[in-house]
Design a binder for this molecule. Structure first.
Ligand SMILES: Nc1ncnc2c1ncn2[C@@H]1O[C@H](COP(=O)(O)OP(=O)(O)OP(=O)(O)O)[C@@H](O)[C@H]1O
Ligand SMILES: [Mg+2]
Length: 501
């Protein structure tokens, strides 16, 4: 029935400088559904929700919402008619307080038009409570972690009394417990009769919270259906079109000599002392629950955070690593888990961002930078990682979120590290891109790099690691080789049991 749909789109197209990002999208979303938008990186998901929420107009086509046919509306109008969105990129003002960010542009005023701060703070506090967040609402955004900022975005989005709420990869930076809070909130909103569009690459989340879904591929609408009626494999197949024969392509190699040894490393938060070694030609998986100390440990290894005690050896030689710069000089690169926080210069080109790390190599004393050499290297890695961009001169800001992630990876790969520490390498990237990232890691491994891969994704850990270290509560509770690696024992260690070799 017509009336059961809250949103209908009619032939929406969007071109960016003549390149189509969306092509003739006509879909319907039922009122009260949690509806997933699925598709590979660059499929057009964010572009569509940006059109719905007023970030930019459609090139042609329109949508029907709240009794109106709409081709373009401003972000404020979108809010007014009941559409609220959390964008994939953070959109907060770092130097303003939580309250100011939540109510920006909608400040409450009291008598004589004065801003009613007390009331706004109180409202902000009440909103934070719904998320069980106990920040002081006067805190500046810049003092919060990325995950906390994401929660504030969510609070801001929900503070608008919207009937359609759009979440573009909200769990990308959230911990498990934060994700749980978000899911129970989504359930509550659904009970209140709200409709939610949910974008995520984590297909297991789909089953937990979504009723219906739409798959996009290369800017086109592929399928809309009911989640419970389709298997995960079927949905993946719709997303990628090509047959994904091998999701975890591991290559067998003989492990090399020791590349990195860390002995009895202690820091403020990891008191017990952690020891491990990584060998050349291996992927050493670091598994653990969120908060088990893996990122803290690696940050101390590369000198980003101070350590209390412990030694580091590279190829058997003791090295004092006091800063990430020293780490880099000694051949260790660290790729952070959060592309939102570090690393990319969004208003520079893909080439610039990737080649930052290889400028030295392409520098010719007589002629300056050898543009041809630079271009060849960049083109090669862009192809190998299948980074979706019309041109390597494109600004990184204009790439889809997952493709931005790949640009960061491309840069690190080109530094030719001896040791590469990579934190959650496939978070936020689609199923097809995951496979290309594994292939890149395999390739580096075959070239002799020691790779330490922090991951909370069990199938990924089992699928591509040569050895696995498991952490629990700040110390290593188990080591596994291919021979004794299995899900039960690894999970047991993650919950604190000592096992493995
Ligand atoms: N402002 C822009 N200028 C030029 N091209 C753009 C712009 N925004 C998006 N695109 C292009 O449109 C296409 C769709 O991008 P979109 O961000 O919608 O993908 P997505 O499905 O959200 O992917 P992801 O999962 O990686 O976030 C991509 O090819 C992207 O490069
Ligand atoms: Mg996106």
């Amino acid at each position: 029935m017509e009336t059961s749909y809250i949103l209908e789109t009619f032939g929406i197209c969007k071109n960016f400088s003549g390149v189509p990002a969306l092509d003739d999208i006509s879909i319907k979303i039922k009122k009260g559904d949690v509806h997933a938008f699925l598709g590979e990186n660059g499929a057009g998901k964010s572009t569509l929700v940006k059109i719905l929420s007023g970030a930019y107009p459609a090139s042609s086509g329109y949508f029907h919402f709240a009794g109106r046919d709409i081709n373009y509306l401003s972000p404020r109008e979108a809010q007014e008619i009941g559409i609220s969105i959390v964008h994939q990129e953070l959109n907060l003002f770092p130097e303003l307080s939580i309250t100011e960010n939540i109510f920006l542009g909608r400040e409450l005023t009291g008598a004589c038009g004065k801003i009613a701060w007390a009331e706004m703070h109180k409202n902000a506090e009440r909103l934070l409570e719904t998320f069980q967040l106990d920040f002081d609402v006067r805190t500046k955004i810049s003092a919060l972690s990325v995950a906390e900022q994401q929660m504030v975005e969510m609070v801001k989005c929900l503070s608008i009394d919207a009937s359609l709420i759009i979440l573009d990869e909200p769990t990308d930076v959230l911990t498990d417990s934060e994700t749980k809070k978000l899911f129970s909130l989504i359930k509550r909103l659904k009970e209140e009769g709200k409709t939610i569009i949910y974008i995520s690459h984590r297909l297991d989340e789909l089953r937990r919270i979504c009723d219906t879904f739409t798959v996009f591929r290369d800017g086109k609408h592929v399928f809309t259906g009911v989640v419970a009626e389709h298997s995960k494999d079927e949905i993946v197949q719709m997303m990628v079109a090509r047959k994904l024969t091998e999701q975890y392509p591991r290559v067998e190699v003989t492990l090399g000599d020791e590349a990195l040894r860390v002995r009895d490393l202690c820091l403020e938060t990891l008191e017990k002392g952690v020891s491990f070694s990584a060998r050349k030609r291996e992927i050493l998986g670091f598994y653990g629950l969120v908060g088990s100390g893996r990122t803290e440990l690696m940050r101390a290894v590369i000198g980003a955070d101070p350590k209390k005690a412990g030694e580091t050896y590279i190829e058997g030689k003791p090295i004092e690593i006091k800063s990430p710069k020293t780490a880099l000089k000694n051949g260790i690169v660290y790729i952070t888990e959060s592309r939102k926080e570090f690393g990319l210069m969004l208003d520079m080109s893909v080439t610039f961002n990737i080649s930052l790390s290889i400028l030295n190599e392409c520098l010719n004393i007589v002629r300056g930078i050898d543009g041809r050499k630079e271009k060849a290297k960049v083109d090669d890695i862009v192809e190998r990682l299948s980074i979706k961009t019309p041109d390597t001169r494109q600004l990184v800001r204009k790439l889809s979120g997952g493709n931005q992630q790949k640009v960061l990876l491309a840069r690190c790969v080109l530094t030719k590290p001896k040791i590469m520490i990579i934190d959650e390498p496939t978070r936020g990237v689609d199923v097809g891109a995951k496979v290309s990232i594994y292939q890149i890691l395999n390739h580096l491994k075959q070239e002799g790099v020691a790779i330490i891969m922090i991951s909370s994704d069990m199938p990924e850990i089992l699928g591509i690691s040569d050895r696995v270290a498991v952490m629990h509560d700040g110390y290593v509770t188990g080591f596994f080789t291919r021979a004794n690696m299995n899900e039960e024992s690894i999970a047991a260690c993650a919950f604190g049991k000592n096992e493995g070799v």
